[in-house]
Write a protein that binds this ligand. Sequence first.
Ligand SMILES: O=C(O)C(=O)C[C@H](O)[C@H](O)COP(=O)(O)O
Length: 205
Amino acid sequence: MSIEKILTAAPVVPVVVIENLEDAVPLAQALFNGGLKTLEITLRTAIAAEAVKLMKQAVPDAYVGTGTVINKETFNASIEAGADFMVSPGVNDELLSLAKETDIPFLAGAATPSEVMKLASNGFKYLKFFPAVAAGGVPMLKSIAGPLPHIKFCPTGGINLTSAPDFLALENVVCVGGTWMLDKQLIKDKNWAAIEELARQASQL
Ligand SMILES: O=C(O)C(=O)C[C@H](O)[C@H](O)COP(=O)(O)O
């Protein structure tokens, strides 16, 4: 499986924080049925790895990956959970060497030209641009495309339904990450139909 295929399956990658394990499957189904084929599950909660396993079983056609992969522990937890891909908000040398040892696609994060260049020299062609809005948003990505047009990004961080199209219009953007379709109150109410509708809206961008 290539990171390109995973990132181009839909225009938006939902960045999911699972607070209750019982929400994992209906949430994944709602997102997938709404057209969001690639799901990033952040390893920020203790149950996240278990959630990834359940989601993969219940929605086998989705690409279910892990987010917040920041060290060896989260890297290994991702492998153990059977993640289809991994996402890091940045990168460090430990993660770089771990990523080379696995076939699981690894989406590393960068926020500056130097970070992009370092990852490009390590063979990365697709990167997470994080934190997208805080790090300069659309103008920053346009500037990076000047000297580094071959690197493609999934900008994430501060993007919403209104701003997503401006990012998606850029040549060097393949998809955006976001949380706006994961409305906390709707999840609390277990209103999966409404989440599916928000996902559908996002998938049609
Ligand atoms: O957990 C990680 O590894 C992250 O990189 C953080 C997420 O990408 C942001 O939490 C996105 O959240 P929004 O700003 O609401 O779009």
